[in-house]
Design a binder for this molecule. Structure first.
Ligand code: SAM
Ligand code: SF4
Length: 312
């Protein structure tokens, strides 16, 4: 279905929980609040079916940490059998993947994005507040073993924190079919008041790695590679090159609100609706997507939800 600005909205991101076993300092930090009334999987399933009827053909499960939610594998199985849904994918912190990768694959999850902001164990512990670096690394390789192709590794670039590791991340693509995606930090939630020096442009990746050649554009991500390497590098620039004109996504929070734009506080409740009423509410929310967000490096996001309550 098209929105008011003629953008085809085909991709829905569903946050299945706001709970997370990590405390990433930029996302959830220590000051997050907890949703008290998260939807059941039955409610989420009905909502997903209605979205597919409205033209959505790709659903991403996210959170919080989606693998913390009990029954997630069965939920994936149910979703992947919805007629008209072409792609069921997940974003995860990777920590529980070594236990779940095989089951997720069998349940119809086709691709995984795994978040990993540093390759340094001590730094990882400080950034996430949990000693789980080895679990994440094992999870990534287990997912690869189980047949997940082109795993995307999300690296949020933070000035003075991990900008010295860009080359190390790129080296990971030498022998692995990974796409390392450098994402610009957005001033939202726990990091909204951070020092401006933390918010750096992903141009730094290109400036410090002249061996990168641009090969294509994939959704919101510019794709590069090092000649001869197996994997690829993606740059996602919500701050320095906003991609609102090609935005094809809509978000649903775990408490049943549609967020037409990540950086707006506008939300539409769809919990408790069914049938045509639900489909009409979805269509109205899609139609109300703003033309673009109004955030830049000097302006904060207008969204007051923390990222763990949106899903990225
Ligand atoms: N827990 C899962 C994970 O970490 O992959 C899924 C949820 S997490 C909110 C989804 C993505 O949002 C992660 O890749 C995370 O790094 C990213 N994220 C969180 N806060 C962000 C921010 N302020 N700017 C840019 N990306 C952010
Ligand atoms: Fe949890 Fe993901 Fe947020 Fe980290 S980025 S605190 S893993 S939801």
């Amino acid at each position: 279905m098209k929105d008011e600005y003629n953008r085809q909205i085909s991709y829905m991101r569903l946050s299945v929980t706001d709970k997370c076993n990590f405390n990433c300092s930029y996302c959830k930090g220590d000051s997050f609040s907890t949703l008290t009334d998260v939807m059941s999987f039955d409610e989420m399933y009905e909502i997903c079916k209605a979205f597919v009827k409205c033209g959505i053909d790709k659903i991403r499960l996210t959170g919080g940490e989606p693998l913390l939610r009990e029954g997630i594998v069965d939920f994936c199985k149910r979703l992947s059998s919805i007629e008209g849904l072409n792609s069921l994918v997940m974003t995860t912190n990777g920590c529980l993947l070594k236990h779940y990768a095989k089951d997720l694959k069998r349940a119809g999850v086709s691709r995984l994005n795994i978040s990993l902001d540093t390759l340094n164990k001590d730094k990882f512990n400080k950034l996430t507040g949990i000693d789980a670096f080895d679990d994440v690394i094992e999870g990534i390789y287990e997912a690869q073993e189980c047949g997940f192709k082109n795993i995307k590794i999300n690296v949020v670039l933070m000035g003075g924190i991990n900008d010295d590791e860009i080359a190390d991340f790129i080296e990971l693509t030498k022998n692995n079919d990974f796409t390392i995606r450098f994402i610009e930090l957005m001033p939202l939630g726990a990091c909204s008041q951070w020092d401006k020096a933390r918010f750096i442009s992903s141009d730094l990746v290109l400036k410090t790695n002249e061996n990168l050649e641009r090969i294509t554009f994939d959704g919101v991500s510019e794709i590069y590679r090092v000649n001869g390497y197996k994997g690829r590098i993606g740059l996602i620039r919500p701050m320095t090159n906003k991609f609102c004109d090609v935005c094809n996504r809509i978000r649903v929070t775990a408490d049943g609100k549609i967020k037409p734009c990540l950086h707006s506080n506008d939300e539409y409740n769809i919990r408790g609706l069914s049938g045509l009423e639900l489909q009409n509410a979805i269509k109205n929310a899609i139609a109300s997507k703003p033309k673009s967000h109004n955030m830049n490096s000097f302006c904060l996001s207008n969204s007051t939800r923390y990222m763990n309550q949106i899903g990225g």
